[in-house]
Design a protein around this ligand. Structure first.
Ligand SMILES: Cc1cc2nc3c(=O)[nH]c(=O)nc-3n(C[C@H](O)[C@H](O)[C@H](O)COP(=O)(O)OP(=O)(O)OC[C@H]3O[C@@H](n4cnc5c(N)ncnc54)[C@H](O)[C@@H]3O)c2cc1C
Length: 429
């Protein structure tokens, strides 16, 4: 029998999508081919728990683990390095090792791009934690800074603004954070001193960038009224000053106003003392430089998650281009959740294994992906299940379950998922 040549599979990014793809490839290929993960960080972070970290309800230690050790145990290579360029014509990736700055060229037979997003704070003047005036929970470092600011804020409370700008995608995290902050303020006994407002480019509360779900609008609006949170829809933020957010457009719905009543915010501002506003996401900088992505840096793939021009290049997770199912006047993009990132990564891995072993490839079109999400609200929450998350007109199942057990469910899921990724049990749901 003719021996199959040992293939080199390089995975760019070692988070939800990259790690899943690596474990799945190693399982399917039984160590007969090289699998190498490259990431600038050796730390896996359970990003969904970053909604709790600034409030002191989770520590970094509880929600992270070292990736290299977990991969090593499975016989998978790990290189902690900055990915500097991807050269698809030559099947090469240039990296710079974090440890000593040494530059290295990696050759691949198959490449999986799982480099996630670039959080584009430059999209709005004054936005973001480095050059701007607002905090972020988009990664561990941001969330830790948001937590230090929160500690100071609770000594001198004032208005809170939390949300997602025009062009943003990650609405779920913004909703979760505003509900958790509101609950934290109640626990601290300072809620009455703090007006809380949610800002979103969604056309209505509960749209989530996916055209909403059955009853998601009344249920989300009920949560806002019940907790006394005001909300701004159709928001286009002009600029963010140190204590005011200025709007080009937006409709303010006050929690205590009659249903349907809204104030026009065009040319007006809202004051704040603590702000966390999620910006639009672009594809990772290295993908944008490589020319592999579209104009926003996301990779257009076929239904097998292969690049349309380079069939040996696959993409998974946030790196994949997914068209919004419907347009929002203020501009909203679609969320690509952890669950969806895992499904894409498993599909890509199975198709690479199939290509190597001469089996037929299997399609999993984006339009057929399902979603399972928990929207946590501190001491309660909503479980959301839907089929065809990106094709709202074709959905058959849309379930929203509210209740206090959802919060405990999310905590339990965090433990389970961190264990699953640490031990590489990606066959489990
Ligand atoms: C605050 C927040 C809360 C969320 N909550 C939920 C939730 O409750 N449920 C849910 O399903 N989803 C949630 N999500 C979405 C979820 O986190 C993403 O779907 C998931 O992280 C996407 O995984 P990914 O592997 O595609 O990208 P990422 O997790 O962003 O990983 C990309 C990796 O690539 C690496 N990388 C990028 N560029 C380079 C480079 N040039 N060199 C070296 N390494 C590089 C990064 O270091 C990173 O490790 C949340 C997101 C946020 C921000």
């Amino acid at each position: 029998m003719k021996a199959v040549e040992r293939k080199q599979i390089v995975i760019l990014g070692g988070s939800f999508a990259g790690l899943t793809a690596a474990y799945e490839l190693q399982r399917l290929l039984k160590g007969r081919h090289e699998v190498l993960v490259v990431d600038r960080s050796d730390t896996f972070t359970f990003i969904p728990s970053l909604i709790w970290l600034p409030l002191g309800w989770r520590t970094a230690k509880q929600i992270t683990f070292p990736v290299s050790k977990s991969l090593q145990r499975k016989g998978i290579g790990f290189l902690q390095a900055e990915i500097e360029s991807i050269e698809p014509e030559h099947r090469m990736v240039q990296v710079r090792k974090v440890a000593d700055g040494e530059q290295k060229t990696l050759h691949y037979d198959f490449l999986v791009v799982a480099t996630g997003p670039h959080v584009d704070f430059e999209a709005v003047e004054g936005l973001g934690p480095k050059q701007g005036n607002t905090w972020s929970i988009c990664n561990l470092e941001h969330a830790e800074h948001a937590g230090e600011a929160w500690q100071k804020f609770t000594q001198h409370p004032g208005p809170v603004l939390i949300g997602a700008t025009q062009g943003a995608a990650c609405y779920g995290a913004a909703y979760e954070f505003v509900f958790n902050v509101e609950y934290a303020l109640r626990r601290l006994g300072i809620r009455k001193q703090v007006p809380v407002t949610y800002i979103t480019s969604e056309p209505y509360a509960g749209h989530f960038g996916i055209g909403g779900m059955t009853a998601s609008r009344p249920m989300t609006e009920w949560f806002f009224r019940h907790t006394g949170i005001h909300w701004v829809t159709d928001a286009v933020i002009e600029r963010v000053e140190p204590d005011e957010v200025w709007f080009r457009q937006g409709k303010l719905h006050r929690a205590d106003a009659p249903a349907g009543a809204a104030e026009d915010l065009a040319g007006k501002s809202l004051p704040y003392r603590y702000g966390m506003i999620i910006p639009p996401f672009l594809g990772a900088s290295v993908v944008r430089k490589s020319g592999l992505g579209n104009e926003r840096g996301f990779i257009e793939t076929d239904d097998m998650y292969r690049h349309q021009k380079y069939p040996e290049v696959y993409a998974a997770g946030v790196s994949v281009a997914v068209a919004a199912p419907e347009k929002c006047a203020a501009g909203c993009a679609v969320p690509k959740t952890g669950y969806i990132s895992e499904v894409m990564a498993k599909t890509a891995a199975r198709n690479i294994a199939a290509a190597i072993t001469g089996q037929p490839l299997k399609a999993k079109p984006v339009s057929q992906l399902d979603a399972v999400c928990i929207m946590d609200a501190g001491n309660e929450g909503i479980l959301m299940l839907t089929d065809r998350v990106y094709a709202p007109k074709n959905r058959k199942v849309q379930i929203l379950l509210p209740g206090p057990w959802i919060h405990w469910g999310k905590l339990a899921f965090e433990r389970y998922f961190v264990w699953k990724m640490r031990t590489g049990q990606v066959r489990l749901p």
